[in-house]
Each structure stands twice: as C-alpha cells, then as structure tokens.
Design a protein around this ligand. Structure first.
Ligand SMILES: [Zn+2]
Length: 169
C-alpha cells in the first residue's frame, strides 16, 4: 500500500519512510501535501508556470541557496501528484516535445509550411490547423522563457567565473 510520510512528505512503501527514517507514515488523502521534486531556480520558474497553467496548486520551498544556484522543493496535493509528475516530466522533455507531441507542429513541418496548403482545407480542417498553430506558438513562447532563464543563469556563471579568475590571478 502507498503511504505518505507526515514528516518529510515523501511517499513511502513501508511503515518507515525510506527517505527520512520517520515512522510517522499514513495512508495519503487527496489534499495531503506531497513531495514532488527539487529543482534549481530556472527550472523552478518554469515548473511553477506549468503547474499554475494546469490548475495544480503547489507550494515552493527554498531548500538551498548557493552562491549562484537556488534550489526549491515543490509540494502538491497527493490527489494532483500524478498530473504534477507528468508536467515535471514534460518540462524536462521540452527539447524533444516539438517533434513528439502531435498537438504542436514539428520543426520540419514548420519548415515545409506553405500558405497554399490552406486552400485545400475545409472549415473543420482549417479550425484544427489554426488551433495547432496557436498551441505551437505557445510552446515556442514557453521555450523562449526557459532559454531566457538559462541565459540569465549563464550570465551569472560567467560573471562569477570572471571574478574568481581575477581573484586568483
Ligand atoms: Zn520521511
């Protein structure tokens, strides 16, 4: 039976939590906050947005603040854990998502697009095509956001490296 540790909020498969060693485990209820994942700053921003976009309530807790990286733990209600895990997985799969997800156009499909394609479509096809364009645009915007976060992290890293080099030489 699946249990939840009331101390650290990790799921446990035995009475004793294998994560923190506590024996205060219980059968989880839908509203019980449950550990989802720990992620660094840039991914935390993206994950927050993804969860919010999908109506998944979450709590973000600072677990580590390094010189450059900030790490957060995410907690979601047990009843939403599966959805949240799938959002987390999709986030890490973003680079491939453009090709695998049939709700968005692949890069190749976009390269081969031609306005003339629209002429042969009926109303239903046009509507579906337009919907796919809109979700592709959203996905692109989302990836832009992610790369923006990564750019900021890289700029921080570069600055920090420059400072360290200066100190050492
Ligand atoms: Zn525990």
């Amino acid at each position: 039976m699946e249990l939840i540790c009331t101390k650290c909020r990790h799921l446990a498969d035995a009475e004793q939590c294998s994560y923190c060693g506590s024996c205060e485990t219980k059968v989880p209820e839908a509203e019980d906050p449950c550990f989802l994942v720990t992620v660094n700053g840039p991914e935390a921003a993206v994950l927050s947005e993804r969860l919010a976009r999908n109506g998944i309530p979450f709590r973000k807790q600072l677990v580590h603040m390094g010189k450059i990286t900030v790490t957060y733990a995410f907690y979601v209600p047990y009843g939403k854990l599966e959805d949240a895990l799938s959002e987390n997985e999709k986030m890490w799969g973003d680079e491939q998502a453009m090709g695998n997800d049939n709700t968005v156009f692949s890069a190749e499909e976009i390269d081969e697009m031609d306005i003339g394609n629209l002429d042969s479509m009926d109303l239903e096809e046009l509507k579906a095509y337009k919907a796919k364009i809109i979700s592709t645009l959203k996905e692109i915007k989302f990836q832009e956001q992610r790369w923006k976060e990564r750019t900021n992290l890289l700029l921080d890293m570069r600055e920090e490296a420059e400072n360290l080099i200066e100190d050492l030489s």
